[in-house]
Design a protein. Structure first.
Length: 178
């Protein structure tokens, strides 16, 4: 009897500790809310923003991105230097996405960088991008160019007050340790 009670309590604890939005999603790893910004000309650069949900039981990591529309595609983030100036950094180790968690690639933070566009990209254009995950493998997404998009138009309630969407995650806060 005691054991049954403990298991029920444990299950309730695990459910409560999952991020709210993640509970509404089906199993698997999903990429949502994808859009790109670009100045357009061949040779220029651009950036892709999106939301990744990892509704699996396994920690994953976005390790690479590729697309025909640019000579180089890199995973970037923004960091503020000592003078308060935002700088872009190439994040070679990629972005971790813990089991049951989500990770936003958003303006002023992590993003997929397009360097040396091979074609003109205008508002409304769509193009495929291959995201490579450590566990989920290759996921092909369709990005749409939307230069008018506001930074918070996705309506996500991400706490990124310090400017780094992934810096605040501890190791024990998401009910994934067991
Ligand atoms: Cu960049």
């Amino acid at each position: 009897m005691t054991l049954r009670f403990s298991l029920a309590a444990l299950a309730a604890t695990v459910l409560l500790s999952l991020p709210l939005a993640a509970q509404d999603h089906p199993e698997g790893l999903h990429v949502h809310d994808i859009y790109a910004r670009s100045t357009g000309q061949v040779g220029a650069s651009g950036a892709i923003f999106l939301m990744i949900h990892n509704n699996t039981a396994t920690d994953d990591r976005l390790i690479a991105a590729a697309s025909d529309v640019a000579e180089r595609v890199e995973l970037h983030t923004h960091l503020e230097d000592a003078n308060g100036v935002m700088q872009m950094l190439h994040v070679k180790e990629g972005f971790p996405i813990p089991a049951g968690d989500m990770h936003a690639l958003e303006r002023g933070g992590d993003h997929v960088m397009l360097l040396g566009l091979t074609r003109v990209l205008q508002d409304g254009d769509t193009f495929p991008v291959t995201l490579t995950f450590e566990q989920a493998g290759d996921v092909v997404i369709e990005a749409v160019v939307d230069n008018a998009r506001k930074p918070d138009a996705g309506g996500m309630m991400m706490d990124h007050g310090d400017g780094h969407g992934h810096s605040g995650h501890g190791t024990g806060g998401h009910g994934t340790g067991g």
